[in-house]
Design a protein around this ligand. Structure first.
Ligand code: SF4
Length: 552
């Protein structure tokens, strides 16, 4: 049987997104300038760098300009923003805002595909001297007491029954002085580290939303490249956090999506179906008619803001990007903050390693560097944005407006508004009459699609002969409690038709099972976040699998 390899590096970045790649580039640059040899590795679960890159996106280029001073940074971007609109959508039309609020003004920004930006950064990281390995999922943190000392990469070639297939290959143990987790929102390794080390002590709970998006190939001239439209209102109800976007991309592509807060009350809320409803609204339908949907995807977004960020350093460990909550919900942007977080972590790590240290005290300057940076100023001004939506859309908008006038203070001019875990706000069926199920639209396969069709367009692939990468700790809870209390909301919130509750009431007994179609999974993490009993754990499948978000 093949033996597990072990490899030593100085710094290991887990997750090949913009935060990690920017961190690797900055660290390599600092080492080169100081004439020091540092081994830097980036590992990524997707088959290629960028395959799992998913975002809106309108990118603020400020951190790219800092990362590549004096260089042309447009190679990773799509088109400069050429127009900016804000629409309030209703069932019969739209109300266009007379002006775009200054905080949402996108002049000088760029529409972009995160998939392409990430590939561009990946090439830059390799050119800077980092070793970049796609198809290497970080499966498990390796510890020495409470100090992180490395990461075990997931094995390949394990059959569904746990036996080793002919292509079995144990994942190597990558030992590092510092492990930097840039796994995206709700990172698997970060979740274990935060819980074990209490990194979220005295912080607000992180709350999330899920973004659902399609790319449409349109007839020439439908929407100018760089034209940006953000929407509020329909199809979301006033008590559901979220909003939509429509961006014109080069090549006559429309990038359209909807964000739904993962702190809704109605257990029949189905973010994928809400997105289908959005496309049928009278203000949206004419934009898409005559076009062809070419790509689909979904991903969670950390919306909690500054107060929900965990302590992002520990012995041998740093957290960056979405994993650490570097996202400004008010500005609908996170990529520039993710890049900045990677750079700041790299600077702190470089200084710590120069003293031959990587303990928490030596890495703590990462936090101070953040506090001294524009990233902190920006997140501080938006710190109460999401919490203000606890009282609904209009309360949230009022709170956001108040925040822009008061340096981010919320209702009652409180410095900090408190919230609760999003899943805890889901209401049981005996206390709440679900509404959303009755509003579902039936896909027409022209403008609207079912989840399985959309999954096909995400390019998702998993070998079905492997253990499911969605672990449900106790399916008797699904059968005996969830069917009654919430009506198995996993069948609604998963945007990829992974969960099929096949339960049947048989007298006072429930028969049947929860079928998990894990091969459909687009790695959005919604189930890990929104399951009301918190018994679903998402872990990476074998390396190189999942979605292929070309152009997304
Ligand atoms: Fe997202 Fe979970 Fe569904 Fe996968 S199974 S697509 S992570 S909700």
């Amino acid at each position: 049987m093949p033996e597990r390899d072990s490899l030593e590096v100085d710094v290991l970045f887990v997750g090949g997104g913009p935060a990690s790649l920017a961190g690797a580039i900055r660290l390599a640059g600092l080492a080169k300038a100081a004439g020091r040899a540092l081994s830097i590795m980036v590992i990524e679960k997707g088959g290629e760098i960028g395959n799992h890159g998913f975002s809106g996106a309108v990118v603020d280029p400020k951190s790219l300009l800092e990362l590549f001073p004096g260089e042309d940074i447009t190679g990773g971007l799509d088109a400069p923003v050429s127009g900016d609109e804000m629409w309030f959508l209703t069932g019969s039309g739209k109300i266009k805002a007379p002006f775009t609020p200054p905080i949402l003004n996108n002049h000088g920004k760029y529409v972009a595909s995160l998939n392409r930006l990430t590939k561009w950064l990946g090439a830059k990281a390799e050119a800077a001297g980092a070793d970049v390995f796609p198809a290497f999922p970080g499966q498990e943190l390796l510890w020495d007491g409470d100090r992180v000392i490395g990461v075990r990469v997931g094995d390949k070639g394990i059959a569904a029954d746990g036996s080793h297939k002919a292509n079995y290959e144990p994942g190597p143990d990558l030992m590092a002085k510092v492990v930097v987790l840039g796994e995206g929102p709700r990172g698997t390794l970060a979740k274990t580290a935060v819980a074990r080390l209490g990194l979220d002590r005295d912080r607000e709970p992180q709350v999330y939303a899920v973004g659902i998006k399609e790319l449409w190939q349109m007839p020439a001239g439908r929407l100018a490249a760089g034209h940006v439209i953000h929407t509020l209102g329909a199809p979301l109800t006033f008590d559901t956090f979220g909003g939509g976007w429509i961006y014109g991309m080069t090549g006559d592509i429309i990038d359209i999506g909807l964000v739904t807060g993962l702190d809704y009350a109605d257990p029949t809320t189905d973010p994928h179906n809400l997105f289908q409803q959005m496309k049928l609204l009278p203000a949206i339908r004419p934009l898409l008619e005559g076009g062809k949907m070419i790509k689909y995807g979904a991903k969670a977004i950390p919306e909690g803001g500054l107060h929900a960020m965990p302590r992002f350093y520990a012995d041998g460990l740093c957290l960056i990007g979405d994993t650490a909550g570097f996202l400004n919900g008010l500005r609908l942007k996170g990529i520039h903050l993710a890049i900045k977080s990677g750079m700041l972590a790299a600077e702190a790590i470089f200084e710590a390693l120069a003293q031959d240290r990587s303990d928490a005290a030596a890495l703590a300057p990462y936090e101070q560097k953040f506090r001294d940076s524009w990233a902190f100023t920006e997140l501080h001004a938006a710190r109460n944005f999401h919490a203000g939506f606890a009282s609904g859309l209009f309360g949230g908008m009022l709170n956001a407006a108040l925040g822009t006038l008061t340096g981010g203070r919320g209702f009652g001019l409180h410095d900090k508004l408190s919230g609760e875990d999003g899943y805890a706000r889901m209401r049981k069926r005996d206390a709440f009459a679900p509404q959303m199920a009755g509003r579902r639209v039936t896909p027409d396969n022209v403008l609207t699609f079912d989840k399985v069709t959309d999954v096909f367009n995400s390019g998702t692939m998993h070998d079905e002969n492997q253990p499911a990468h969605l672990h449900v700790a106790d399916t008797t809870i699904c059968a005996e409690r969830c069917t009654v209390e919430f009506g198995n909301p996993c069948q609604y919130f998963c945007p990829a038709a992974v969960y099929e509750p096949l339960f049947v009431q048989n007298g006072d007994r429930v028969d049947g099972r929860l079928q998990i179609n894990f091969a459909n999974c687009v790695h959005c993490k919604t189930c890990d976040i929104m399951d009301p009993y918190q018994i679903i754990t998402w872990v990476p499948p074998q390396g190189g699998e999942g979605p292929v978000y070309t152009g997304m």
